[in-house]
Design a protein around this ligand. Structure first.
Ligand SMILES: Nc1ncnc2c1ncn2[C@@H]1O[C@H](COP(=O)(O)OP(=O)(O)OP(=O)(O)O)[C@@H](O)[C@H]1O
Ligand SMILES: O=P(O)(O)OC[C@H]1O[C@H](OP(=O)(O)OP(=O)(O)O)[C@H](O)[C@@H]1O
Ligand SMILES: [Mg+2]
Length: 282
């Protein structure tokens, strides 16, 4: 049975459960449940604090975990990223009151408040900047106003929390993060049950980012049409009853679907349809 760690709270927990559900796995019904068994899929899910997941996985007691890239790096755990999942995207940045500092080099001798001490201490050391780091559990934006630190280092998504606290980012992002699947460093990722789990999640990612496009076009326009919709391997082309016409079917990135439909129409394609993909294995 594959043992998988899933975030039980916070920004990662809802989207992770949604993705697993879309991949066909049973998920907990109540937020108080700490573990469930999905016997049909031979998987056991453990609902753990996102910050602890890389540590459990590195111990080898759990085969796989879903966590944030920033949390993995901050933990220093002996685990590695094996699949990015595309949700909980954020950057990790320094911020302070406007006019206090221009870049990381100005932080020498200052105090930085953060919930991600591991990332911050390493980054400061790499840059050769000697600053103190104070650990806070969350809501670090308030630490400056309350005099606990002069600088913060925190997760930034829209920037609303920083703006509301009257702070601005300084320097380049320390890192970019998103939800990821982790496995103990060096453990076999080719193991069939691990591969099956990854294929299912990859299927969800593809189903979320592609649509199926169908259209009819004249044979003379086929090469131009296929250039617009090359598909993943190559599009399916079938003859139509009307001579001189073919039907084409190809997967296209959903973000580009409307533009591609306009371009196909412009070269004479007709009956252009897009449909959602519910699941797939590539
Ligand atoms: N506003 C956000 N937008 C996108 N990702 C976020 C956001 N806040 C946190 N994250 C990401 O979520 C993960 C943090 O997990 P965590 O459980 O601490 O989330 P959280 O929302 O901060 O939870 P809590 O505030 O309950 O501690 C990190 O990978 C982080 O980059
Ligand atoms: O750039 P934004 O879109 O505003 O998002 C970033 C904020 O979201 C998270 O806070 P959360 O609500 O999880 O509170 P926390 O700081 O207590 O973790 C993060 O810690 C930032 O404060
Ligand atoms: Mg938070």
């Amino acid at each position: 049975m594959l043992r998988i760690a899933v975030p039980n709270k916070g920004s990662l927990s809802g989207p992770a459960a949604d993705m697993l559900h879309e991949a066909g796995y049973q998920q907990r019904r109540e937020s108080k449940e700490l573990r469930i068994v999905d016997p049909e899929n031979e998987v056991e899910f453990f609902y753990l604090r996102p910050r602890d997941i890389a540590i459990y996985v590195s111990s080898g007691r759990l085969d796989i975990g879903i966590t944030g890239r920033d949390l993995l790096i901050d933990s220093g755990a002996n685990a590695e990223e094996i699949l990015p999942l595309g949700f909980a995207r954020s950057t990790f940045r320094f911020a302070t009151k406007p006019g206090t500092a221009g870049g990381v080099e100005d932080l020498a001798g200052r105090t930085v408040a953060t919930s991600y001490e591991g990332i911050v201490a390493k980054h400061l050391a790499d840059k050769g900047v000697d600053a103190s780091v104070v650990h806070l559990d969350g809501a670090v934006e308030t630490a400056i106003e309350l005099g606990v630190a002069e600088v913060i280092a925190d997760v930034v998504e829209t920037g609303t929390s920083l703006r509301n606290a009257g702070l601005e980012v300084i320097g380049e992002p320390i890192m970019k993060s998103e939800a990821i699947v982790v496995r103990r460093t060096g453990a076999d990722v080719e193991e069939p049950k691990v591969q099956q789990f990854l294929r299912r999640l990859q299927g969800v990612l593809v189903a979320r980012t592609y649509v199926m496009m169908d259209y009819d076009c004249r044979v003379e326009q086929l090469e131009k049409a296929v250039a617009l919709t090359p598909g993943l391997e190559s599009p399916t082309v079938s003859p139509l009853h009307n001579e001189g016409w073919v039907a084409v079917r190809a997967m296209v990135p959903s973000k580009e679907a409307q533009r591609i439909m306009d371009d196909l129409y412009a070269i004479g394609a007709r009956a252009i349809l897009t449909t959602a993909i519910h699941a797939c294995r590539l």
